[in-house]
Design a protein around this ligand. Structure first.
Ligand code: XLS
Ligand code: NI
Ligand code: NI
Length: 442
């Protein structure tokens, strides 16, 4: 097969002074930062659906992307050709991972059996390409939202048959994820939510979703898959109320149904902002409840209220995220998956390179900046100092559960007023972070 990205070679690191748009200025895969290589820290991944299935259409017009390799048919041959192109791209870009939905990689057939056969045929090629290139699967998932059968939801559909079909699809998607050595398996809520309570039995739907996940846990054990499950919270779109609104809602759901030990969270930047949170907030919450797993690295648009899935280029945002990720101990099974697409007007094949190079350089810089901030300890020292009253005396006793409300009433009646508290110094801290962002060498 002829090269799909002819004329574009392997993307190399040329350093911050390079003016070559097809070179990394900051991402240097083998460079060691804080004890690990950049590749080990960042674990970049390509989202198959955006990179190779999203032709760039919007509600007002069709796709614009030039994809000479894609004949537009829903054939297995076309799907296999696409796999070769995807791996050519992954190799040239030097990215170690990819993620997919079952229906991204292989066409849906007219029956489940046919869909499964299609998937098996493509998985063979995926496996061979993984072996040839060393690229790995970060996670697999099932598309339980595109087909009209899922218009009312999948695991939360009012139809038991649709629930069963979704269960069958997940079983198969988990099996192929396992077959391909996937590091994890993901559930994004898709249409698991509702538009109107007038036609919805919310409790029943939530119970069904809980049952669905328990069945998935049983299947995972049955097939010997040891990677974690991820839930990817999203507040809305396509439904008005999604059951996995944000990290806190997903955690509450998992706790309620006794599932926390089997799941971690996949935090997507754009979903965080849609939920009215920052990306860093969602990451910090996930880490605080011990569920930090993986990241869908992208960016929303503050002026638009939907999942615009733009490539991450905001250094401040990426640095804030990397600070939390490093504090949480970094990735184990997870990574930074670019759940992002090129703009409709960026229709040439080379634009896919520019987009990913930009995202990778942004996070490489963020890694270096966050490492420098953490090494100097400026923020950590300030925070430690701010909570110093908990490190001894009264604070320590409260934390240790040795004080009652009655004890504290007596203490404060005696004392009269609390000791004065120090300024939060938010502006000073923001200035310090800006100094690092502007520092040379980043
Ligand atoms: C959609 C989600 C989706 C998941 C995978 O908004 O981000 O792309 O990452 O199903
Ligand atoms: Ni996503
Ligand atoms: Ni999304």
């Amino acid at each position: 097969m002829a090269e799909a990205f002819a004329g574009i070679g392997k993307i190399r690191y040329e350093g911050p002074t390079s003016k070559n748009p097809l070179a990394f200025k900051h991402y240097n895969a083998g460079e060691v930062v804080a004890g690990k290589t950049m590749a080990e820290h960042l674990r970049f991944s390509i989202a198959y659906w955006h990179a190779f299935r999203n032709a760039g259409g919007d509600p007002f017009g069709p796709g614009t992307r030039q994809m000479s390799w894609d004949d537009g048919s829903a054939s297995v041959d076309n799907a296999i050709r696409r796999v070769r192109v995807a791996f050519e791209f992954l190799e040239k870009l030097g990215v170690g991972f990819y993620c997919f939905h079952d229906r991204d990689v292989a066409p849906e057939g007219s029956t489940l059996a046919e869909s499964n056969r299609n998937l098996d045929a493509v998985v063979k090629v995926l496996k061979a390409e993984q072996q040839r290139t060393g690229v790995k699967l970060l996670w697999g998932t099932a598309n339980l939202f595109s087909h009209p059968r899922y218009m009312h939801g999948a695991a939360t559909s009012p139809s038991a048959d649709v629930f069963a079909f979704a269960a069958a699809q997940v079983a198969k998607a988990m099996e192929v994820t396992h077959e391909l050595g996937g590091a994890a398996y993901l559930f994004w809520g898709g249409r698991e939510g509702y538009k109107s309570l007038l036609n919805t039995d919310m409790k029943r739907e939530l119970d069904h979703l809980g049952r669905f996940f328990h069945m998935a846990v049983e299947h995972k054990k049955a097939i010997g898959f040891t990677g974690p499950f991820y839930i990817e919270p999203k507040p809305k779109e396509p439904t008005k109320h999604q059951y996995d609104f944000d990290a806190a809602a997903a955690y509450a759901f998992l706790r309620h149904y006794g599932l926390t030990e089997h799941f971690k969270l996949n935090i997507e930047a754009n979903h965080a902002t849609l939920a009215g949170h920052t990306f860093a907030h969602e990451l910090a919450y996930a880490a605080a409840v011990g569920l930090f797993g993986s990241v869908d690295a992208n960016r929303g648009d503050p002026l638009l209220g939907w999942d615009t899935d733009q490539f991450p280029t905001d250094l401040y945002d990426a640095t804030s995220a990397m600070l939390v990720i490093l504090d949480a101990g970094g990735f184990s099974t997870g990574g930074l998956n670019f759940d992002a697409h090129v703009a409709r007007e960026s229709f040439e094949p080379v634009d896919l390179f520019h987009a990913h190079i930009g995202g990778m350089d942004t996070f490489a810089r963020a890694l270096k900046i966050a490492t420098a901030i953490r090494k100097d300890g400026v923020l950590a020292d300030f925070i430690r100092q701010r909570y110093a009253s908990w490190d001894g005396g009264l604070g320590r006793e409260i934390e240790a559960g040795k004080k009652s409300l009655a004890d504290l009433s007596r203490t404060m009646v005696e004392k009269g007023n609390p000791d004065p508290v120090a300024s939060g110094r938010i502006e000073m801290l923001e200035n310090i972070v800006n100094e690092y962002l502007g520092g040379t060498g980043f």
